[in-house]
Each structure stands twice: as C-alpha cells, then as structure tokens.
Design a protein around this ligand. Structure first.
Ligand code: NAD
Length: 306
C-alpha cells in the first residue's frame, strides 16, 4: 500500500539534546522531511562531563550533507529562551519543540546529594519548561504549535536508584497535560513520550545483544506523527521502543463510598480494602476529568452506616 510521506516543509523544529541518541534520530528525520532544524546539545553526555560543541556540529554536518537545513545550538536547556531566540532569528519562526535533552545522576535515595537531585530536575524539568515557555508566545500568536516532552518508564512506573530522574520525568507528564489544556484553543498540541532506545544514556544498563533492536531511529516515527500538522492528539502519553508504539492511560478502580459520619473509621476502610483496590470495574479518567463532589456527597448521605 502506498503511503503519503509526512512532510514538514516550512516548519521549524527545535530538538534539544540532539547531539546523539534519540535527539539525533529525530533531527535527521525531520530534516529529511523538509523541516529546518535547530540541533541543540551542550555536548555533555548523560553524566555531564566532556562538554563540547562537536556533538551538535556533527549532526548539523550530517543533515547539510544530505541536503537538509539545520543549525547548531550549544546552550543548556536551562537557558531555553536562548535556543528559541536563535531559532526565530535564523529561521523566522518556531513550530515544533522536542524536549529531549537529559542527564542522569543515579544513586539510592539516602546517598543522593541535593546537587545530584537538583541537577536532574534542572535539565529535564526546568529545561523543558524553559524551552516550552519561550516558544509558547510564538505558537499562541501563530495559532500553531507542537510540543513533545520526554518522560520515561522510570518516571511513570518507578525505578530503583532514580528518585531524582523519576520525579523529573513524572513531572513532565504533569507539564504536558496542563499545557495540553491551555494550548487546545490555539492549535497547540502537547504530548508525552516514554521512549526506550540504545544510547549513551542506556549504554551501561542495556544488554549489548539487544542494542541494535532498540536503535533510536525506531522511536522517531511516532514523534513525527505527533508533531505533524495532521495530529489532533494532545495530553496523551505514548510509549515507544524498537518499533513498538502504544498509548497509555490512567485507570481508577471503582472504589467504595462511605457515609461521612462516625462510622467512617480506619477499620471500616480496611474492611473494604478489596473494593478500593479492585480494578475489575474501573474507569479511565482523561484530561479535565474531575471528581463530581456534589453527587458523591448526595450519594454518601443516603448510605446506610458502614
Ligand atoms: P543521550 O545521553 O544520548 O542524549 C541526551 C543528550 O542531552 C546528550 O547528547 C547530552 O549531551 C544532552 N544534554 C544533557 N544535558 C543537557 C543540557 N543541559 N542542555 C542541552 N543538552 C543537554 O540519551 P538518550 O537516550 O538519547 O535520551 C534522550 C531523552 O530520552 C532523555 O530525556 C532521556 O531521559 C529520555 N529517555 C531515554 C530512554 C532510553 O532508553 N534511551 C528511556 C527513557 C527516557
């Protein structure tokens, strides 16, 4: 079956942390599909060492050699306004932001220093905020924008030794969801990606034999889909790994309701623990879902004692 190619002609994209790994794969594919790309990378790698402009330069060189349009930016995402500024000064606009730059300072909670905690929050959370915040006025004015924030299974599901990283990564789900609601009326979509790929970041945690299965280029197609003109999805979480793509969501158990009076004791709650944790009759709240307190209070008041 022939498929129309998803094109990005005339679109300007910032990909942060694009000097290697996933960001590089996105930058190459965007450029091949006609976009002008700002290849941002501080050139520090996951552990924050060996800062160099060459990581971004090499990707720009590769893009230009293939006939694409790209410039390098070496600012930290913590100064996201500078990255957006360079994009607008060079290409005249900003349409797509891929918040991808990331670092690691893995350590168990008691051993983790405050500076290791803060360093990870600064790059992932503050960095994504700063780039999105600087791009937002342009997107709002032009009534068009596409943003991807990069989370992780370590944030959504939790992982040993990554309290800093997990906090930052789960925070990005919150950032995406809030921005999705605010962006809706300006045609700005904001989604969260949960990728898995072989890269510098996973070089020590991923088995060598499977690294080729998890080539970063196998994640890139969903990023381009979610940032294409045709995308209408917003405030959603997508997992991607080695050619596997899936949307994920929250599930809330049916739960149980107590009459809010003296019968509502800790042991009454304990007695209903199975109902509280049973997912057989669950719901799937989405953005904007709120608890209907008035009807809960009405229903609870009419209940018999616990
Ligand atoms: P990577 O280490 O290859 O790429 C991250 C890039 O970010 C590096 O090139 C690094 O120099 C750059 N960077 C670090 N701090 C920066 C800063 N302050 N400003 C600008 N650039 C900076 O890792 P990757 O695996 O390609 O990771 C990309 C993103 O995907 C990260 O946010 C990571 O947390 C996330 N992620 C990756 C995986 C995976 O399996 N690879 C899994 C879950 C989440």
């Amino acid at each position: 079956m022939s498929q129309e190619q998803l094109r990005f002609d005339g679109r300007v994209v910032i990909v942060t942390g694009a000097g290697g790994g996933l960001g590089r794969a996105y930058a190459l594919l965007y450029a091949a599909r006609g976009a002008s790309v700002v290849v941002n990378d501080l050139g520090v790698g996951p552990l924050g060492i060996k800062g160099s402009s060459s990581a971004a330069d090499k990707v720009v060189e590769e893009i230009r050699k293939n006939g694409g349009k790209a410039i390098a930016n070496y600012d930290s995402v913590e100064n996201g306004d500078r990255i957006v500024d360079q994009a607008v000064k060079t290409f005249g606009r900003i349409d797509i932001v891929i918040n991808n730059a990331g670092n690691l300072r893995d350590r168990t909670f008691l051993k983790l220093t405050e500076s290791e905690w803060q360093s990870v929050l600064n790059v992932h959370l503050k960095g994504s905020y700063k780039v999105a915040r600087a791009a937002w006025p342009f997107m709002k004015k032009q009534r068009y924008g596409r943003i991807i924030n990069t989370s992780s299974t370590s944030g959504v599901y939790g992982n040993f030794g990554q309290s800093n990283y997990g906090t930052a990564k789960f925070g990005l789900v919150g950032l995406s969801n809030a921005l999705a609601t605010e962006g809706a009326k300006f045609n700005i979509t904001v989604n969260t990606l949960v990728p898995t790929a072989a890269s510098n970041m996973t070089a020590t945690s991923m088995a060598k034999e499977i690294m080729n299965i998890y080539d970063p280029k196998y994640v890139a197609p969903i990023v381009l889909n979610l940032t294409h003109d045709s995308n209408t999805y917003s405030g959603r979480v997508f997992e991607a790994a080695g050619g596997y793509f899936a949307s994920s969501r929250w599930q809330v158990a049916k739960g149980c309701l107590f009459k809010p009076d003296y019968t509502f004791t800790p042991s009454a709650v304990k007695a209903r623990w199975n109902d509280i944790t049973d997912f057989s009759q669950s719901t799937y709240p989405t953005i904007g879902s709120t608890v209907d307190y008035p009807s809960i209070i009405r229903e609870a008041s009419s209940l018999k004692d616990s």
